[in-house]
Ligand binder design. Structure first.
Ligand code: AMP
Length: 300
C-alpha cells in the first residue's frame, strides 16, 4: 500500500442517456477516481463543495478508505454539471456547467497529505494542477488528466505542466489536438516529447494505448454489453489504474500494463448504471473476477 492523493471536482450531476434520467446525483472527477481507486488502496481526496452538498454523498465516500480531511466546504453552491449521451454514447453533450465554488478553487493540500507518493491531478486548469504539484514533497508518480478546453484555451500553461508530470492520460481526440498529428502512434510519441514519460491514450469503446520508454502497449476495452451511463468512465479508469499502482508501490512496465487492465475493468462496472450505483454494489473480488475474464478475452 502507498499514499495516494487525488485533487479534482466533487459534483452534483444531472444525466440523460437513452436508458433514462438521473437528476442531482453524485459525481465529479475526484469522486469517481477515489471510489474506483479505493478498491485497491486508501485514497486522500482534496476538493471543494458548497453548503448544499448532501451529507449522504459525503457518507458514501467516508464509508470507504477515502480520507476526506482535504474536502473543503466553502460558502456558496457545489459544482454542477449536466450532460446528455445519445446513440453509441461515445461522448457527452454538456447541457450546462455551474462552476460555483469550484470556480474559485485553489487547492490547499493539507500538511498530512503532502507526503503522498502517488498523485492524480484530475481534470482541471493546468495552473491549478501545477499549484498542487508545487505543494507536494517528493511524489514517486504523478499523473494528470486534461481535456480539449485546456488544450485550446490554456495551451502555454498546459505545456508548462507537461514538463513536470510523470504521466498524462487523455483521449484520442485530445492527443491529436495537442500535437497536430492525426496518426495516434505519432501523436503519442509527440506528447512524450512535450515532457511526460508515460502517455496513456483512451479510445473509448476501442480501448487504450500506452506510449512509454519501453515502446507501445495496447488493450481493447472490456466487451461491455450493458452501457447505461458512461459518465465517470475516464476517472474510474484512472482510479483503477492508480489504485493498482499505489497498491504495488512501484511503477514498472509490467505493473503499468496490469494497471491499465485494472483501470479498464473498473471502468466497465461504472458504466453499467448511473452515478456510483454500480461501483457501490461490487467488491474487489468482482473486479478480480472480471480481470481474469478480460485476460482470457485478449489471450492469443
Ligand atoms: P468522465 O470520467 O470524463 O466521464 O468525468 C465525469 C465527471 O466529470 C462528471 O461527474 C462531472 O461532474 C465532471 N466534470 C464535468 N465537467 C468538468 C469540468 N470542466 N471540470 C471538472 N470536472 C468536470
Amino acid at each position: 500500500m502507498s499514499k495516494l492523493l487525488v485533487v479534482g471536482s466533487v459534483a452534483i450531476d444531472s444525466i440523460e442517456t437513452p436508458h433514462g434520467k438521473a437528476p442531482n446525483v453524485q459525481g465529479g472527477s475526484a469522486v469517481y477516481f477515489s471510489y474506483a481507486a479505493s478498491f485497491f488502496n486508501p485514497v486522500r481526496l482534496v476538493g471543494v463543495v458548497g453548503q448544499d452538498f448532501p451529507k449522504a454523498f459525503e457518507d458514501v465516500l467516508a464509508a470507504r478508505k477515502i480520507d476526506l480531511r482535504g474536502l473543503e466546504r466553502a460558502d456558496g453552491k457545489t459544482f454542477r454539471w449536466s450532460g446528455r449521451y445519445e446513440g453509441a454514447m461515445n461522448s457527452a453533450e454538456t447541457l450546462s456547467v455551474e462552476l460555483n465554488v469550484f470556480g474559485n478553487f485553489e487547492p490547499k493540500i493539507p500538511q498530512a497529505f503532502r507526503d503522498s507518493q502517488f498523485v492524480f491531478l484530475a481534470n482541471g486548469g493546468p495552473d491549478t494542477q501545477r499549484h498542487v504539484l508545487e505543494q507536494m514533497r517528493k511524489p514517486r508518480f504523478t499523473l494528470a488528466d486534461t481535456m480539449n478546453l485546456w488544450i485550446s484555451e490554456t495551451r502555454p500553461q498546459l505545456l508548462k505542466l507537461l514538463k513536470l508530470v510523470d504521466g498524462i492520460v487523455l483521449n484520442d481526440g485530445e492527443a491529436r489536438m495537442l500535437t497536430g498529428e492525426s496518426n495516434l502512434i505519432k501523436a503519442g510519441r509527440a506528447v512524450r516529447q512535450l515532457g511526460p514519460n508515460t502517455v496513456i491514450i483512451k479510445k473509448g469503446e476501442h480501448g487504450s494505448l500506452l506510449v512509454d520508454k519501453d515502446g507501445l502497449f495496447g488493450l481493447p476495452a472490456y466487451p461491455a454489453e450493458r452501457v447505461v451511463d458512461p459518465t465517470g468512465a475516464g476517472d474510474s479508469f484512472a482510479g483503477g489504474l492508480m489504485g493498482y499502482l499505489a497498491r504495488q508501490g512501484k511503477v514498472t512496465d509490467a505493473n503499468l500494463r496490469r494497471a491499465i487492465a485494472y483501470g479498464t475493468v473498473t471502468a466497465s462496472f461504472t458504466i453499467e448504471d448511473f452515478s456510483l450505483n454500480r461501483l457501490r454494489q461490487i467488491k474487489l473480488a468482482d473486479i478480480q473476477r472480471r480481470f481474469r475474464e478480460f485476460r482470457s478475452f485478449v489471450r492469443l
